[in-house]
Design a protein around this ligand. Structure first.
Ligand code: CDP
Length: 250
């Protein structure tokens, strides 16, 4: 442990280039995705990603509530990201705060770009993301879970939406930050990619990066998203596989 003032700062990168949990700079945390994890929703998914545990439930297309949000030419996507009070070290006050409102908004907007909203005018597609355990990157885990849940609900989309946060830790660009890296690192850059077009539909940044570092971070994030994409497709294939293992969660 190094120290800055009174605050203990962990050593984020070893001389061998390994991270606090032993990962390489371009290595994802272990990721498991289960499509169709909840029975009541039209579509659902459970994601465990490192120490993150996130559920997504999707309903729709269905009637719009509140009614005044209805759009005549397309479906509205209403997304609610919520963190359970017990999901973090210090109990989070229950309910929507500014952070969860912001995250709900950016995730909803990201899905507006891939869901074929024009096909369902005057309806609502509702996405609920519940973070049960948080360890950085929960908005990305939420996007991954919601994306698989949308596909599970049979909602037509241009593509799935893999997402990951890249950042700078101990002076180096690193994939998929965990909590200590997010807290004590130099930058955090969550992103979501439309794999087939290569378009980023969610991109945020906290901290500082030089232009070459930003280019490197985007490159690494895109590679990470493509790895995650394969796992998302695998989860859907497992859910809908025909054969003796089919319908394992139904
Ligand atoms: O989770 P994500 O990285 O998308 O969002 P963030 O705002 O950068 O938060 C990073 C992490 O800080 C979260 O994943 C939680 O582990 C933690 N956090 C917390 O402990 N208490 C909060 N009220 C909010 C976040």
């Amino acid at each position: 442990m190094g120290s800055v003032g009174a605050k203990e700062v962990p050593v984020l990168l070893s001389p061998e280039g390994l991270r606090i949990d032993g990962r390489k700079l371009d290595e994802l945390r272990p990721l498991s995705i289960r499509a169709g994890a909840l029975h009541q929703a039209d579509g659902s998914a459970a994601v465990e990603w490192g120490a993150n545990k996130v559920l997504a439930a999707v309903y729709g297309p269905r009637e719009v509530h509140p009614r005044h949000l209805q759009q005549n030419h397309k479906a509205v996507i209403q997304c609610r990201y919520n963190m359970a009070a017990f999901s973090v070290d210090e109990r989070k006050r229950p309910g929507l705060d500014r952070r969860s409102q912001e995250i709900s908004k950016v995730i909803g907007e990201a899905f507006e770009s891939v869901v074929f909203v024009e096909e369902y005018p005057r309806t609502s597609i509702d996405i609920y993301i519940e973070v049960l355990q948080a360890n950085a990157g929960t908005r990305c885990a939420g996007v991954v879970a919601a994306s698989v849940a949308l596909a599970d609900a049979g909602i037509p989309m241009a593509d799935l939406l893999p997402a990951v946060a890249v950042g700078k830790v101990g002076g180096a660009i690193a994939l998929d930050l965990k909590k200590e890296e997010d807290n004590f690192g130099e930058a955090d850059l969550p992103m979501a990619l439309v794999p087939q077009s290569g378009r980023l539909v969610l991109l945020q940044m906290e901290g500082h990066l030089t232009e070459p570092e930003l280019a490197q971070a985007l490159d690494l994030g895109v590679k990470g998203c493509r790895e995650i994409y394969e796992q998302m497709k695998r989860a859907l294939r497992e859910r809908y596989a025909v054969g003796p293992t089919a319908g394992a969660s139904s």
